[in-house]
Design a protein around this ligand. Structure first.
Ligand SMILES: [Zn+2]
Length: 445
């Protein structure tokens, strides 16, 4: 009689997890590759002709540039998704994380310092692995289509600054969370979640005033005519902001944007200088009205609450998983059991907090990928709501012409694959958005 089939051993559960995880990574890769190749074929098929709806407004050359840019990005994404699947497997089932952990244990012994070193070296190695593709994207792909404005020197300073800011902010919060995991008892995950949430709120508050200025210059909007238009619009919408700023986005990229940042009374509106260069006054007003629509409909607040709820569920799940031996061995690492079992009832997590955290960060995106379409759909619905609001508060014809200009200047394709759109697109395609707007204005001040 085979008893093992009735009472699965920890080894059997671990083996099942390994198998399931490998299958999930493969399924994710297949789905991503299928969607990317659909997008590539769809855009290539429509490359020769501007879609009828845009025929009068968009030149063939611009349409073809957008197609070529989309195709080039699509090919890079095939490489990117393959690399990330290999990297996830290399860290987990192929033993990368285990080797790193054991090496650091030999070097430093057990303790908080070793755990922090594990997190830091993991982060450093991950960025090094991503480096070549990131360089290629900026200096080959973006360069070829005329979007890159960065010098190698600026790119390097950016990378150094980000690493420094990441270490200064990240290490203390990581140390605090590791300490809570080890010392706050069975409900540590609740405390850790509270700390994490508080930290994120703090970051939103300090980001505009302290972190963003490390990377860009922010100057008060000087254009008086535009300032008057924007202020009237904001009053009309009952919106208070501490200031209107222009950011030197053109230092890095020709892509244009506008955004709100901060919350409460530290809210500010930031225009990329590239946006102000491309759009007329009426159009900037319409774009801002769209952004105000997101505020009026509380999209940002809702997204924040959703994020906090999701991270609560994540921490609770981590709290449970970190106590399961099969979670470690199933994902290719050996936890330090002598440490954990040395203290009665302390559980497997003890001494293995950083391992649990990293395994969780590696494994969950593989699964959460499959709910991407749900979040994309919610986001597209929000965009329609913001468009509708913008058409009430500003001129819809100018919103339409701004949208068309931004599509053209950013070389966004007008003919995306519908499956690709429903899976990934956070914004509805141009055709769907313009269908709900008046005809694009031909004049703009
Ligand atoms: Zn929007």
């Amino acid at each position: 009689m085979d008893l093992t089939s009735e009472f699965p051993s920890p080894q059997a559960t671990a083996l099942q997890l390994s198998l399931l995880f490998a299958l999930a990574v493969l399924a994710q890769w297949l789905l991503r590759a299928w969607l990317a190749s659909r997008q590539i074929r769809h855009v290539a098929r429509h490359r020769h002709q501007v879609p009828d709806a845009f025929a009068r407004r968009v030149k063939l050359a611009a349409h073809q540039k957008a197609a070529d840019y989309t195709l080039a990005k699509g090919r890079v994404s095939l490489l990117d998704m393959t690399l990330s699947a290999v990297v996830v497997l290399a860290w987990t089932l192929l033993g990368g994380l285990d080797a790193l952990n054991q090496g650091l244990l030999d070097l430093m012994g057990t303790g908080l310092a070793q755990q922090l070193a594990l997190l830091a070296t993991f982060a450093a190695i991950s960025s090094l692995v991503e480096l070549p593709l990131s360089l290629y994207q900026t200096f080959v792909l973006e360069q070829r289509f005329g979007f890159n404005q960065m010098t190698l020197r600026l790119w390097l300073t950016d990378a150094l600054k980000s690493a420094l800011v990441g270490a200064v902010i990240g290490l203390p919060i990581a140390a605090l969370i590791l300490w809570l995991m080890a010392s706050a008892g069975p409900l540590w995950w609740l405390w850790a979640w509270a700390v994490w949430t508080g930290f994120n709120l703090l970051l939103m508050w300090v980001f505009p005033s302290f972190i963003a200025p490390l990377f860009n210059k922010f100057e008060p909007l000087a254009d008086e005519a535009l300032k008057a238009r924007v202020s009237t619009l904001m009053q009309r919408c009952g919106f208070e902001a501490k200031g209107l700023f222009v950011m030197d986005g053109s230092r890095r990229s020709a892509h244009a944007n506008a955004y709100f940042t901060g919350f409460g009374h530290s809210k500010r509106v930031v225009f990329f200088d590239t946006l102000l260069k491309q759009l007329g006054c009426d159009e900037v007003e319409a774009v801002l009205a769209h952004e105000l629509g997101h505020f009026k409909h509380r999209h940002i607040l809702k997204r924040m609450l959703l994020m906090f709820a999701a991270s609560l569920a994540g921490f609770a799940l981590l709290g449970w998983l970190s106590q399961q031996l099969w979670f470690y061995s199933g994902l290719g690492v050996r936890p330090s059991l002598d440490l954990a079992l040395g203290q009665t009832g302390a559980g497997i997590g003890l001494g293995n907090e950083a391992l649990a955290l990293l395994l969780f960060l590696l494994a969950t995106p593989v699964l959460s990928f499959f709910v991407t379409p749900l979040f994309s759909a919610l986001s597209r619905r929000d965009e329609f709501e913001a468009d509708a609001y913008a058409m009430q508060q500003a001129d819809g014809a100018h919103l339409a012409s701004a949208l068309l200009k931004l599509y053209e200047d950013n070389a966004s394709t007008l003919t995306p694959d519908p499956w690709y759109v429903s899976f990934y697109y956070s914004h509805p395609p141009a055709l769907d958005r313009l269908a709900r707007m008046p005809a694009p204005s031909t004049t703009s001040t």
